[in-house]
Design a protein around this ligand. Sequence first.
Ligand code: NAP
Ligand code: MG
Length: 501
Amino acid sequence: MNATAFAQTLHGQKGHEVHLPRNRMLIGGEWIESAEGQCINVEDPATAEIFTRVPAGSAEDIDRAVSAARKAFESASWARMRPLDRGKIIENIARKIEEHAGELALLESYDNGKAVHHALAVDVPAAVDIFRYMAGWTSKIGGQVNPISGDGQQYHSYSVREPVGVVGQIVPWNYPLAMAAWKIAPALAAGCTIVLKPSELTPLTALRLAELALEAGLPEGVLNVVTGYGQDAGQALVEHRGVDKIAFTGSTRVGKQIVRTAADDLKRVTLELGGKSPSLIFADADLEKATLGAALAIFFNSGQVCLAASRLFVERSVYDQVVEGIAKVAQGFKLGHGRDPDTMLGPLVSRAQQIRVLDYIEQGRQCGAEVVTGGGTGGKDGYFVEPTIFSNPDRDASIVREEIFGPVLVATPFDDVEEVVKAANDTHYGLAANIWTRDLSRAHLTARQLQAGVVWINTHGMNDPSAPFGGVKESGWGREVGEEGLLHYTETKTVTALLGE
Ligand code: NAP
Ligand code: MG
């Protein structure tokens, strides 16, 4: 399908008028092609059809974008705007996203493959919420008076929070709009200016969001979006000496590379990386809720979720019952095109991701783990993988140790709390965990022992703009959202004055 046909298809859908980004990116308020004229095809993963193109930004484009962001940062138009006025613009962006919810959900579905109704229920509201929440912070970033002892003379000392400056933000393809929003909103609230690089696989909603932000009153140059490949545009952004901070969401491998590169000029770096999160189900849990909860915790978004609970631990007395229950839920999920209202699981984002996940499944089979359900592509064209469960794999198997980022669950029985905590913590990752039990003391005591940045009890994936999110160990540095997420976009300045003649 060519771009015109695509736009007409969308046009035909009631209530959605889609602005399809076409080979333009946003630098300094202008929509431009890449300096070298190269572009990237954008593909629908449910059909493998190419329906538009975006620029393949280069180091030269990054340089222009960083200059534009620096100019905007140094002008009075953003960082020194009245905080309440800055908040109003951020709130306007939330409203614009709300007004264009249907359009953004459709765009996300075409780009990433996810079900439109999921994008409408999860991705778009997450974006609205974070802008609305951060809008309120602009007028509340205060400071403190320091009660210094000094040398006996009179001093007045205070510390203020200043915006860190120009920030480079790099986001992945699994929640393209929501992840861009989680990055942009706190940076704007802090008074920073931005160069954002979306994933080459899913650039469209970030471009549309930037367009809506301009309509909402964001001054030119405050938000620049450079589309392009990670090794070109992404790498150039991390290397650029004019960038004060890099905020990255993506794989642990690339996160480590970013840290090495950023060491050259000691840029600030925050990282939201991968995970291999555990679900812990105790025999006294509400098993119906736990079964559905654990199934959604791994299979939602076809397992392409950083906080996916891909390792399941179930108390032995209810192990068979729970694993069978999750298998039944998995078999009931309808795989399909994101635009089909009955679709529960869309395709994976790309052919490469499908091959990668199927390869892990094959490795699981070869190491002798039992396949309880799934394991194939569901006989569909497009990049589909069935929800798959392995029972009792070897603890050193790749399916147990490595992040698959697909709909693959490994299940293991346990006998006591000590054993399950040790097994749950036996990973380099430490992003999230969930616990299912009716025993509140055990729930909270177990939560204390789990090495994870986020622990959910009798639920999973309940994120909120007010609740800091991020990982320990190799799952990242720093936290996203909440006050802590906001403060990562600031630097503290202490001012001390000697009082007296
Ligand atoms: P990825 O390969 O690390 O890519 C993430 C982003 O980094 C993309 O925009 C990518 O661009 C860019 N990139 C790649 N190489 C780069 C380089 N050398 N320098 C600078 N940027 C570079 O990850 P992914 O495969 O897109 O996403 C899946 C991963 O993200 C999983 O590991 C998942 O756990 C993690 N994730 C974590 C969170 C969280 O909050 N903790 C949330 C979502 C996803 P290209 O797309 O052009 O390669
Ligand atoms: Mg795509």
